[in-house]
Design a protein around this ligand. Structure first.
Ligand code: TA6
Length: 279
């Protein structure tokens, strides 16, 4: 496997394994495609996504770092990691047939002494792990999030399970703190919620595609659930008006109140494991 010119001429890797296929752009270390052979893609990528230098890719798994959203004083939504060019360190076929891709974002002028390492393992499942190491001599505060877009057959027939009882911040209501009462979250309008202090896996039940996607994670206290619905879909230039019907974001990270405070020398390991089963 070697780097080729992908969409917009951006460098990318195409990965093939006995069970699956994947695509990874060096820009943002963006996993833009993951598909088990014979099944619909698991990751969603907008047909209108931009593939231009320094522009976010609309879909796949954007790496959100060092901040989530647009905190006070920041102009760049979701930080800069997803629009920077990452370095390809290694592509390795493993003995079990999976493929490991290691990418790195060196410490930069913006973030002295805090490099990022990203490990993507493509096989029967998709695993990605973001490692942040604070090599500085003082505490480092940041947020991180693997902002994963999943393909669904019809959002109106989708439910997200595993968050009942969990407190969340409702981004559509001034980040008011609420509690999830449903054991299966359904979508009848825009949903944009940061669930807090929840380390557990969640499941996306997709009746139209007759599959359950499991979104498991390690090193993550926040789960974000987002569907833009009709109005926001229309407002996004890099997203087709109808695409809200065929995607849902279930994101794994450490956001808002769960932000990270890394002591000097401390590292954070955020891991995502995506698998699916048909029914
Ligand atoms: O993950 C939810 C969210 O923060 C939404 O509020 C929405 O803005 C989404 O991220 C996409 O953000 P982006 O900057 O990629 O358009």
């Amino acid at each position: 496997m070697h780097v080729i010119n992908g969409r917009g001429g951006l460098p990318m890797l195409q990965i093939q394994t006995p069970w699956s296929a994947a695509e990874i752009y060096l820009q943002g270390a963006s996993v833009t495609h993951f598909q088990l052979h014979g099944e619909p893609p698991l990751l969603f990528l907008s047909e209108q996504s931009r593939f231009e230098k320094e522009a976010p890719i609309r879909g796949g798994i954007p790496i959100i770092f060092p901040w989530f959203g647009k905190p006070e004083g920041r102009t760049l939504q979701h930080g800069f990691a997803r629009i920077r060019n990452w370095e390809l360190v290694e592509v390795r076929k493993q003995t079990d047939g999976s493929v490991l891709v290691h990418l790195s974002l060196p410490a930069s002028a913006e973030l002295l002494a805090v490099p990022l390492e990203y490990y993507v393992t493509v096989g029967r499942t998709l695993m990605t792990e973001l490692v942040i190491t604070n090599f500085s001599d003082r505490e480092f505060h940041c947020e991180n999030c693997l902002h994963t877009y999943f393909t669904v057959g019809d959002i109106k027939q989708v439910s997200v399970a595993g968050l009942q009882g969990v407190e969340y911040l409702d981004s559509l209501d001034g980040r008011t703190r609420k509690q999830e009462m449903e054991n299966a979250i359904r979508f009848t309008g825009e949903v944009d919620r940061v669930y807090l202090n929840t380390p557990h896996a969640v499941e996306i039940h997709d009746a139209a595609l007759r599959r359950v996607i499991q979104v498991a994670k390690e090193g993550s206290a926040s789960t974000v659930v987002w569907n833009p619905w009709i109005a926001k879909a229309k407002a996004m230039a890099d997203f087709d008006d109808s695409e809200y019907q065929r995607m849902v974001c279930v994101e794994s990270g450490n956001c808002t109140e769960n932000a990270l405070h890394l002591a000097a020398g401390q590292e954070s390991r955020l891991k995502l494991i995506v698998s699916s089963a048909s029914f």
